[in-house]
Design a protein around this ligand. Structure first.
Ligand code: ADP
Ligand code: MG
Length: 294
């Protein structure tokens, strides 16, 4: 690949420049938990994330333009438009979990959204809310107020990012619920193209960028089991690991169980057998015409 230059590594992806205006995002099988990348990989996890993102990109084009140009035959590499990324993470929450639940418990608010009293952990919110965060270079992302986010990206851009984020979340949450998966919350990343248009980038609506909960086990009033990482989290808790680097290596049964959950999430949401995706990644892009209209 003569015109390909390695630009850097994220926690999960390797970034390459393709010429001047395109990127190749290669999703590895690395897994992180409690923000620590573990020494053991989950086979095919990067393919699951790439395929799911492609599935959603193909179906939400009419809601929001996105960066996808092509999926490569390896199933883990995405060719995309290279954008100027906004320095915020666009988080949408449909349920009370994680830092949202903690903030509500102490203040009755989540990032400036006053919520009705009497909600319990994991409750569904009356309406999804937009709670932007900073992109931390290392460690935990931090919630910020609307005003801080507006200072970072401009008020009009923030309004547009909020509107698009909520629309994307509503569309995906409805689809996923029909397949017995609750998308409790999710994080989008947007960039701007040469014409200053907002474009959805990165990965979208995957178990890594979202909280996926099995709908059949949903019980508010406690934390919900995570669709994909529960085996890993349970195992890590058992070892007494202190949640800092280095993380513990994972035994074979934890790896196999976790892989099966990622594949199951993929198959449920896309309705496509994972083996068919491996044989022909573009399968996730087909059949999307007309989808995603509000
Ligand atoms: N279309 C794009 N143009 C430019 N940068 C992008 C695009 N899509 C994704 N990115 C960036 O590529 C990186 C993806 O790598 P990843 O491993 O997910 O990183 P992280 O550890 O920050 O989650 C992120 O920094 C993301 O902002
Ligand atoms: Mg990422």
């Amino acid at each position: 690949m003569p015109d390909t230059v390695h630009l850097g590594s994220g926690k999960v992806r390797e970034l390459y420049a393709l010429g001047t205006d395109r990127l190749l995002l290669v999703a590895s099988d690395r897994i992180s938990t409690f923000d620590v990348v573990l020494p053991t990989e989950i086979p095919d996890k990067g393919r699951v994330l790439t395929g799911l993102s492609g599935f959603w990109f193909a179906r939400t084009q009419s809601l929001c333009p996105n960066h996808l140009l092509a999926l490569r035959p390896d199933g883990r590499s995405t060719e995309c438009r290279r954008l100027a990324m906004l320095p915020i993470e666009c988080v949408v929450r449909g349920y009370l979990a994680g830092s949202g639940w903690k903030d509500y418990w102490t203040t009755g608010e989540v990032c400036g959204h006053r919520l009705p009293p009497g909600l319990t952990e994991s409750d569904r919110l009356p309406e999804p809310i937009f709670t932007p965060a900073t992109k931390a270079q290392s460690g935990h992302d931090e919630n910020i107020t609307r005003e801080e986010a507006a200072r970072l990206v401009g008020a009009d851009t923030l309004d547009a990012a909020e509107r698009l984020s909520i629309a994307l979340y509503r569309f995906a949450a409805r689809h996923a619920l029909g397949r017995d998966i609750i998308i409790a919350d999710t994080k989008f990343e947007f960039g701007t193209d040469g014409d200053g248009r907002l474009v959805l980038a990165d990965e979208a609506l995957t178990p890594d960028s979202s909280r996926f909960w099995p709908a059949d086990q949903y019980t508010p009033g406690r934390p919900q089991p995570s669709y994909d990482k529960q085996f890993v989290r349970d195992y890590c808790e058992k070892t007494g690991w202190n949640k800092t680097y280095p993380g513990p290596p994972l035994p074979a049964d934890v790896v196999a169980g976790t892989r099966a959950r990622y594949v199951e999430a993929f198959e449920r949401i896309t309705g496509i057998a994972f083996a068919d995706y491996l044989a022909r990644p573009e399968a996730v892009l087909a059949g999307a015409a007309g989808a995603g209209r509000p």
